[in-house]
Design a protein around this ligand. Structure first.
Ligand SMILES: *[C@@H]1O[C@H](CO)[C@@H](O)[C@H](O)[C@H]1NC(C)=O
Ligand SMILES: *[C@@H]1O[C@H](CO)[C@@H](O)[C@H](O)[C@H]1NC(C)=O
Length: 453
């Protein structure tokens, strides 16, 4: 029998090995029928009861070369490599962002802000549709573990195309990971909803006063803030990692590239003509629900795609309290309906009260086409039985450009297997953080101090 100390040492060694292995990853790629798989660990995330970590990690490990991503899955693990329950560490979001970095410039490893304004750094985001924010290709929140994300053949997300990298730059990837430690919390759900009173926060991360009516959201749970814990809770530190699994194939002409679009139910485009996406919103407790026996709070927004295309995958992102979200075509047809899966128990992946997965759509190829300029409606429903702060209503779709696949045959029975593809599902939260960080930055630059949400 190993003593505790020996076991601790063994775990530390194991994790050190994992980290080292991740660093020399190319050697450890597993390959099956051309599908390559690699498991990586993010940089270390140190937490204690009530603490918040929301950092940007630059130049993270990512498959190299001109490839098609088929899957991107992630979960939070501890030093022993064991999955960590959302009841202990709430994964508000993780988002993987692509950027181009000027060669030869000194590396920055992580930061609490995103350095958009630097000339050395060019964000290479997805295809839209928000003017600012939600640029991620991959990302999810609490629902990461049970959201299926396989991208069927012959589709894939093209990355690493050397012809698309500006000269003098190289393509890199970064993470934004927002994790909230709710061990010993006075109100764990309140901490996950970033309620300002629980964080004893009156200024944002730039030190500017919050508006009095701002009661919860990302401006109150930024990196380094502390959610209220019960008296007598011992402040023990621990180290966690985002373990992420990427699956890909080498690029070839037989792959049909898909574009990544993210719709946001807070997008003001319908009213302003500008895709101003606020990412977060609040749900007020219903005052009429008891009388009418209806506790549904509905919000909707509109948007259009700049191309004709076939939807090959779709999924929504919602927070606790969410009861479903649908993207509709102009004629009212359902493009994709996605519903949350709530956990029932205590184990990682099944935490009661938390959204542990979102249902997804895999339309038969060619069966769900969106026409360029068609007015799409996104609807996001939440329960208003209780109030909620900082919720989201995002919808992520993968679209094959119809003008591109005309001369490509789409075989339902492709030679390449269908890959699990944990991809991006939703930048969800992550996107949110990025967007908020960006907006704040922008407002800061503009000297515009009001709170966007
Ligand atoms: C809340 O913040 C104020 C001012 O920053 C500080 O004086 C006070 O001790 C804090 N209260 C708690 C419970 O942390
Ligand atoms: C949202 O709720 C309304 C009212 O109950 C319902 O008519 C609508 O179909 C729901 N939409 C979604 C996407 O669930």
């Amino acid at each position: 029998m190993m003593s505790l100390a020996t076991r601790g040492l063994a775990f530390s060694l194991a994790i050190a090995l994992l980290v080292i292995c991740a660093r020399i990853s190319e050697a450890l790629v597993t390959i099956e029928n051309g599908l390559k798989t690699m498991v990586y660990l993010s940089p270390k995330i140190t937490q204690h009861p009530g603490s918040v970590s929301n950092k940007f990690y630059y130049d993270v490990e990512f498959p190299k070369g001109h490839i098609a991503i088929k899957s991107f899955n992630a979960e939070v693990v501890d030093e022993a490599g064991d999955p960590v329950s959302l009841q202990e560490t709430y994964l508000h979001h993780w988002v993987a962002l692509r950027y181009y970095y000027r060669k030869g410039v000194k590396n920055v490893k992580y930061n609490a802000n995103l350095g958009f304004q630097q000339a050395d750094f060019i964000l290479a985001g997805n295809d839209g549709i928000c003017d600012h924010g939600l640029p991620q290709f991959f990302g999810l929140g609490s629902e990461t573990r049970k959201t299926s994300t396989d991208i069927p053949d012959p589709y894939g997300i093209e990355v690493g195309n050397p012809l698309k990298v500006p000269s003098g730059y190289e393509e890199r990837w970064m993470f934004n990971i927002h994790a909230i430690d709710t061990r010993g919390a006075v109100d764990a759900m309140g901490c996950t909803e970033c309620r300002c009173d629980l964080y004893n926060v009156t200024v944002d991360k730039y030190g500017r006063p919050l508006e009095p009516n701002y009661v919860g959201g990302l401006y109150c749970c930024y990196d380094g803030t502390q959610c209220k814990v019960k008296n007598g809770i011992e402040s023990v530190e621990r180290n966690l990692y985002l373990k992420y699994t990427v699956k890909w194939v080498d690029w070839s002409d037989s792959i049909v590239p898909v574009k990544v679009y993210i719709f946001d139910v807070t997008d003001t485009w319908q009213h302003t003509g500008i895709h101003d996406c606020h990412i977060e919103y609040d749900i007020e407790q219903s005052t009429t629900g008891v009388a009418t026996n209806d506790f549904t709070s509905t919000r909707s927004s509109r948007g259009v795609l700049p191309i004709d295309g076939d939807v090959v995958y779709g999924v929504a992102h919602q927070h606790s309290g969410g009861i479903g979200s649908t993207l509709y075509g102009e004629d009212g047809r359902v493009i994709c309906a996605s519903k949350p899966i709530y956990g029932q128990g205590n184990s990682a992946g099944d935490e009661a009260g938390y959204i542990v997965g979102m249902s997804t759509c895999y339309p038969k190829p060619g069966s769900v086409r969106i026409v360029k300029g068609e007015a799409l409606t996104l609807e996001s429903n939440y329960s208003s039985e209780k109030s909620h702060t900082g919720v989201m209503g995002l919808f992520y779709i993968l679209v094959a450009d119809a003008s591109l696949n005309l001369n490509k045959q789409i075989h339902e029975e492709s030679k390449v297997p269908i890959f699990f593809w944990g991809f991006a599902v939703f930048g969800l939260a992550i996107c949110a953080a990025v967007l908020v960080a960006y907006r704040r930055k922008k407002q800061h630059e503009d000297g515009y101090l009001s709170i966007a949400t």
